[in-house]
Write a protein that binds this ligand. Sequence first.
Ligand SMILES: [Zn+2]
Length: 105
Amino acid sequence: MAVFCHQCGAGLPPSARFCSRCGAVIPVTQSMPGQPLVRPIAGRQIAGVCLALAQANGWDVAVVRIVTVLGFFFSGGFVGIAYLAGWIGIPEEKLPLPGEYPPKV
Ligand SMILES: [Zn+2]
């Protein structure tokens, strides 16, 4: 994954810490790609939204679930709506099963 300077737009090697053209500091987070945001089939409790967020960001899935459950009760419904949005918006993990997916309707 290429890294680009946020000041002058110059292309830099992924290990760059400073821009070779203008000298700007390159944020380290740019060179740390996470896992793709998908809802895994294995290990999910309801729809896999908590698991997807945990895996994509490197969080502990138990912590994400506790925060989500607490959010259901204390956010006035916001977390519930966000969960449904994630359920709809985050793509399901593709299983490598021949002839099983997608199911015939
Ligand atoms: Zn630059």
